[in-house]
Design a protein around this ligand. Structure first.
Ligand code: SF4
Length: 471
């Protein structure tokens, strides 16, 4: 989301306007995720759907960026002839944006030809740009203008996504890439080594986003709590403190920390600035079996994970926890799955993303022997999700009868306002659309697995902050 938002901001700076559907677009950029095979398959079927758009609009540009583009570039260029360009997540962002500026110029030229004469042949006479962005730029030995270097590095850090009628939320990359090499994960291969952005640049960026109306800032990295400022050596806790001290009414979230890197100073910072730093921690478990965690190269044991959870709950009052879990990792026995089930029940996550292991090329786990059938894995997932749902419901019930400060995000399809609490719980209630983008207080009257139902209250004196809840 940060990458998409950054590119959208850059294009807006060039005079482009976001439209609501593909049929209205002159340029479509598909940002891809390679973390699971299913996401990649969805990309291919979506590309199939776009053929007709291209047939009807010869000047339409379709580009693919992101993680799939990193390792399937040549294959995609060959397989999908109507794709205008491909740029992987490892390609330098300023280079890509310089190329993109050329695409916009070419697009305008072709569009003028097309609109003026309606002659498709004329469009074909415009010499197309090389489709492999990296190759195009090194071939041209392109000198990137200073303005674009500045805008490019800003755009690489992310930007704001603000669909009409919704709250403004900003996604800021604080690190990119990952050095951890979990054996199931393709990210180190698609995004490269971890690098951190300077603390001062991040603070400036957040200040700018808040001044532009953003109410929620999400700091993003593959492993946020290994953040190290390249200029000063400042760590993640110092960054959180600096961001929390920026004036204005806004919330800050971060995704994702690695359990091995969670430190006391980060949690203490969260506790010190409850008005700014959300009481929510996405804390990927992946497996509840220490043997499987070792095979995954997660570098923590079940016991260490549970100790970290206890520390988070002790230091950040009322914190809510979410997680990611994989079942059916190569070699996982039924007993080891049961350990995952047990840890999940023990922690009682507020929310969880759970998946059957997805085999990804290039990773170490790709060549590990798999003894578990697809049916068995599906059975484990269904069973685990039941445990996780039950845990979420119990966790949500602790809010019933309490008052929460929430950020109103949008009006839902059912006519209710949809808001989010500091703990990242969805809260629905009746109210005026003018409240979208504001912080209000609601009284929680009912808790379901996926959302809380509340009533708007008016007196700030009635606030029972989530930070005041016992963990
Ligand atoms: S920490 Fe592990 S799972 Fe997360 S991005 Fe890095 S390699 Fe992938």
């Amino acid at each position: 989301m940060a990458d998409s938002a950054g590119i959208a901001s850059f294009l807006e700076g060039l005079g482009c306007v976001q439209v609501e559907s593909e049929s209205q677009a002159d340029l479509i950029i598909i940002n891809t995720c390679a973390i699971r095979e299913k996401a990649e398959q969805k990309l291919y079927s979506y590309l199939g759907e776009l053929v007709d758009f291209k047939k009807n609009l010869p000047y339409l540009k379709i580009g693919i960026i992101g993680c799939v583009a990193s390792y399937r570039k040549q294959e995609m260029l060959k397989r999908f002839e109507y794709i205008s360009f491909v740029s992987g997540a490892r390609d330098e962002r300023t280079t890509f944006l310089t190329y993109l500026a050329d695409v916009i110029v070419q697009l305008q030229t072709e569009k003028q030809f097309f609109s003026a004469t309606a002659l498709v042949d004329d469009v074909a006479t415009v010499v197309p740009l090389e489709r492999d962005v990296k190759a195009a730029m090194s071939e041209r030995n392109a000198i990137i203008p200073a303005r674009l270097i500045k805008e490019g590095s800003q755009a690489a850090m992310g930007g704001t996504l603000a669909p009409v009628g919704e709250v403004k939320r900003s996604f800021i990359n604080i690190t990119t890439g990952c050095n951890n090499y979990c054996t199931f994960c393709i990210v180190p291969f698609t995004r490269g080594k971890e690098t951190s952005y300077p603390l001062e640049d991040i603070v400036l960026r957040v200040t700018h986003e808040v001044a532009a109306g953003a109410k929620e800032i999400t700091l993003i990295g593959q492993n946020v709590n290994s953040y190290t400022c390249p200029e000063t050596g400042a760590r993640f806790a110092a960054l959180l403190e600096a961001v929390a001290q920026i004036p204005g009414e806004f919330w800050v979230r971060y995704v994702s920390p690695h359990p091995k890197d969670m430190t006391r100073d980060v949690l203490e910072a969260m506790a010190r600035y409850p008005e700014k730093l959300c009481a929510w921690c996405h804390f990927p478990l992946q497996s509840g079996s220490s043997r499987i965690l070792e095979l995954m190269n997660r570098t923590y044991t079940k016991e260490e994970y549970l100790a970290q959870v206890a520390l988070i709950r002790a230091l950040v009052p009322g914190v809510s926890l979410s997680t990611d879990i994989i079942v059916g990792f190569p070699g996982e026995t039924h007993e080891e799955y049961l350990e995952t089930r047990e840890v999940s029940a023990q922690v009682g996550f507020d929310m969880a993303y759970s998946f059957v292991y997805s085999r990804r090329k290039y990773t170490k786990a790709y060549s590990m022997g798999d003894t578990c059938s697809a049916e068995e894995k599906a059975g484990r997932l269904a069973d685990l999700q039941e445990v996780l749902r039950a845990g979420s419901l119990v966790a949500a019930q602790r809010y019933v009868g309490k008052n929460l400060r929430v950020l109103v995000e949008k009006r839902g399809a059912n006519g209710k306002l949809l808001a989010r609490s500091s703990g990242n719980h969805r809260v629905v209630f009746d109210g005026d659309a003018l409240l979208i983008g504001t912080f209000v207080e609601v009284h929680v009257v009912e808790a379901g697995q996926s959302e809380l139902r509340g009533e708007l209250i008016s007196s700030p004196l009635m606030i029972f902050s989530e930070h005041g809840l016992a963990a």
